[in-house]
Ligand binder design. Structure first.
Ligand code: 5AD
Ligand code: FES
Length: 358
């Protein structure tokens, strides 16, 4: 087996490795290897995005969910959750505030809540696009039919986030009840691509029963799907779930994987996630320094933030977090990066021949 530095060089040149090579790279890498990889990933991000970080205003508009994923704090069976829904007007007022703060992408995220009909959702999306025509709208509302996805896209939605969670069938079955399947999830991702969304996928690092083999499969799945956006974060336990006692994922491994993903898809939009900021006080900064190029501050009304708890100790849920945008701007500045007010669309590779040109 070649040493890990050689594997990292190969990854940088080829944009992928074999399953066995990925497993070898992930298995017992040294601090030095991690620094070598991180430096390469940071340089790659810098070539494409300079020191600019894109920002997305996250609006968590409903914490009702019909699903019962074993890891998630707002799962249907958790009767301790204080459930809420935002109205169209409340969502639009989040956008109004967000636009003033410089956001040019709004992410509508919620549980799988069937109370909002397709017509209603399309109406909300249409109103967002009408009020803020220079902004992108990203949806993150789970599995829907092709027709529903098409209706949202026609209403103006530009992007869709749907993590695959794990690319291994057996592992998928350990994280979800039988009503959910990896096949259905993959079909949704294919539908979204066909319709023309910019698509984001991803997985939790260190989710219960995850092995390095599974992670290698996640990486190969992502390479094959070739998504425009890739979101990963450490698994964090929630006290009211069947996985309450499972250990949290590794911070270092999450950073290592962000760097791998940056080398695999150099122009991808990769966020330093809230989960990364929760597991470590400098998590989001470290994520950017490992090759991420997006942050997603919370734009939800402060009154509901505590209720959208997918895992324990989620940051940005207190009164002091009213202004995540300013907080993140300062945090990025401290590490030499700058948050910019731009839609931050995915740019296909051949348009990027002059690296760092935009
Ligand atoms: N820890 C970390 N991430 C979680 N998610 C859900 N529950 C948890 C948890 N306990 C992630 C899932 C989902 C995204 C919205 O949040 O990957 O796709
Ligand atoms: Fe939310 Fe700092 S980003 S409080």
């Amino acid at each position: 087996m070649p040493n890990r530095k050689t594997l990292i060089d190969t990854l940088e040149i080829q944009g992928t490795l074999s399953r066995e090579e990925f497993i070898c790279l992930l298995n017992g890498y040294s601090k030095e290897d991690a620094e070598y990889l991180s430096r390469k990933a940071r340089n790659t991000a810098f070539q494409y995005f300079d020191n600019k970080v894109y920002t997305r205003g996250l609006i968590e508009f409903t914490n009702y969910c019909k699903n019962d994923c074993y890891y998630c704090g707002i799962r249907r069976s958790n009767t301790n959750v204080n459930r809420y829904r935002l109205t169209k007007d409340e969502i639009l007022s989040c956008c109004k505030q967000g636009y003033r703060l410089g956001f040019r992408t709004f992410v509508l995220q919620g549980g799988e809540d069937l109370r909002y009909s397709d017509e209603e959702l399309a109406g909300i999306i249409f109103a967002m696009k009408e009020g803020y025509p220079d902004c992108a709208v990203t949806l993150s509302i789970g599995e829907r039919s092709y027709e529903s996805y098409l209706a949202y896209h026609r209403a103006g939605a530009d992007r869709y986030l749907l993590r695959h969670e794990t690319a291994n069938e057996g592992h998928y079955g350990k994280l979800h009840p039988e009503s959910l399947s990896l096949q259905a999830r993959k079909q949704c991702l294919r539908d979204l691509k066909t319709i023309g969304y910019q698509v984001g996928t991803g997985f939790m690092v260190g989710s219960p029963y995850q092995t390095l083999e599974h992670i290698a499969e996640d990486l190969l799945f992502i390479k094959d799907l070739s998504p425009e956006m890739i979101g990963i974060g450490p698994y964090l336990p929630h006290h009211d779930t069947p996985f309450a006692d499972k250990p949290q994922g590794s911070f270092e491994l999450t950073l290592f994987l962000i760097s791998i993903l940056r080398l695999m898809i150099p122009n991808a939009l990769i966020p330093a996630t809230t989960a990364l900021g929760t597991i470590h006080p400098m998590g989001r900064e470290q994520g950017i320094l490992s090759g991420a190029n997006v942050v997603m501050p919370n734009l939800s009304p402060v009154s509901v933030r505590k209720k959208y708890e997918l895992y324990d100790n989620k940051i940005c849920t207190g009164d002091e977090a009213a202004e995540c945008r300013v907080c993140l701007q300062n945090r990025m500045k401290k590490i030499g990066y700058e948050i910019i007010a731009a839609r931050g669309d995915f740019q296909p590779l051949d348009m990027n021949i002059t690296a760092g040109a935009y």
